[in-house]
Design a protein around this ligand. Structure first.
Ligand code: AMP
Length: 192
């Protein structure tokens, strides 16, 4: 049973590490960004609403995002735990997640903060724009997404640190090397 959060700036490698950790721990990796992108692609009402925010690098409003996560966590595949990638990102989302966990009488095991150097992040995102053609990976939008992360999401991390849940891991390096760092840090935390 593992309930994990993965937090970090755009381009830190959250999505890649989320799928690795999902395999290691046998839990679903739930990425709000992926769910929004799938909805945009399928032109669902949620996708149509989310797109205007995503295209300019802004956060999708909390009420939409919270509802999506609340519904997703009720899926039976979450009984053995989950890894949330990219949620919560605002104070309101932190509160909503706390409510959801309280209602199900459960708690987080750890919050993984993936750190990355800004220049490296910009380089990675520019590469991803070419490889994947994401409409929110242009330079202006990248800058906006990073500024919003620093302004709204980075300050939330201290709340989890104060509760003794935080693990900080350097996201630079080979993919498997970073996964090993995370797994070792989680093991060390569980033994402490
Ligand atoms: P990501 O793939 O995690 O970088 O997310 C891509 C975009 O989806 C973000 O720039 C936001 O527009 C939107 N998004 C993803 N997760 C959230 C969230 N927790 N709260 C608000 N917007 C989100």
């Amino acid at each position: 049973m593992m309930k994990l959060l993965l937090i970090g700036p755009p381009g830190a490698g959250k999505g890649t590490q989320a799928s690795k950790l999902s395999e290691v721990f046998g839990i679903p990796a739930i990425s709000t960004g992926d769910i929004f992108r799938a909805n945009v692609k399928n032109e669902t009402p949620l996708g149509l609403e989310a797109k205007s925010y995503m295209d300019r690098g802004a956060y999708v409003p909390d009420d939409l995002t919270n509802k999506l996560v609340r519904d997703r966590l009720q899926n039976p595949d979450c009984v053995n735990g989950f890894l949330l990638d990219g949620y919560p990102r605002t104070a309101d989302q932190v509160n909503e997640l706390a409510d959801i966990l309280r209602e199900t009488d459960s708690a987080l095991d750890a919050v993984i903060q993936l750190t990355a150097d800004t220049d490296e992040v910009v380089r990675r995102l520019a590469k991803r724009a070419i490889d994947q053609g994401r409409s929110d990976d242009t330079e202006d939008v990248i800058r906006n997404r990073m500024a919003i992360y620093e302004d709204q999401t980075a300050p939330l991390i201290s709340l989890y640190a104060a509760r003794g849940l935080l693990i900080m891991v350097d996201g630079l390096g080979e993919i498997d090397e970073v996964t090993s760092r995370i797994v070792e840090a989680l093991n060390a935390k569980n033994q402490s």
